[in-house]
Design a protein around this ligand. Sequence first.
Ligand code: 5GP
Ligand code: MN
Length: 321
Amino acid sequence: MIKKFAEELAGHKKPGLISHISPDGDAIGSQLALFHWFRQRKIDAVMFNDDPVPSNLTWLKQHEHIQVPEQDQLDQCDCIIFVDGNHPSRFGKSAPFLEATDKPLYLIDHHLEPPKELFRNMWWDHSASSTAYLVYELFAETGLEQIDKDVAEALYCGIVTDTGSFRFDSVTAETHFAIGKIIETGGIKPSDIHAQIYDDKNLDQYHLLGMALNNIELYCGDRVATTHVTEDMLTKTGCTAEDIEGFVNYPLSIKGVVVSMIFHEREGRVKVSLRGKSVMDLNQIARKFNGGGHFNAAGAWHSGPISKAKEDLVSALADMF
Ligand code: 5GP
Ligand code: MN
């Protein structure tokens, strides 16, 4: 099946690779690895993202080729590949174009419930640890020797970030086997990559984290933890919304906590990030609040304020225990 998928992709002359708003390590890592795959075939792929590459990922080679989508550039593509997101609404301003276009659409992704009818073909597995793992499978199918250093860094970055550094439920022997191949073939040093991704914090971010940790509250018999970050907290610490990435994972280390949620004010609404330990389908909860994602990691939106968002989400979770 992946053979046919690879052949179909390689039959295009100018594929557009688009990833989701607020891109994370998996979005950027898989997009870049796929970009290299096309370039190795002398295919002129173009990468599109609404939002900039996060500052801890700008060491990844070729990231500067990722551009904000303009209509004329989208028009020039002979197909569009959704990377690490399964619905046009995940891709920001290009959503209306993606909804309406008659260009062939492909999907390479691991999120639940893709609208399958949209796609000419897809390489999709919701049990995959990351989209980068699925891109690795494309390399494995078409020749592991194509995993040079640039590809290996991109794949490693996608897998390590989407698995919480190999600690989530989605991690299997296959994940580690793939990582072994990526390290070996690409000749990369994992500790260097971890340092680039994770050891780039400044003191302001730690002050913000301190405030967020101070805001932790427990609900549902201490099984659900919530915290929040307000615009005011960002202003006080000189941080931006990007700096909140990863905060939601901290309360999951409290003994007994099985779901963690962080609420933050964003563009006049409240963004909710949910993380869990395999006790309930957080994608289903997030879908009730204009979002989605995975069983154990999802994002949702609420009209606010934060206190009401907390009340509504906690009550939706309470019904599921
Ligand atoms: P995060 O909490 O880091 O924003 O997102 C967690 C997971 O849920 C990611 O896999 C992300 O792609 C997905 N996700 C986040 N926000 C949304 C959303 O608004 N809609 C959907 N469908 N998925 C989301
Ligand atoms: Mn992902």
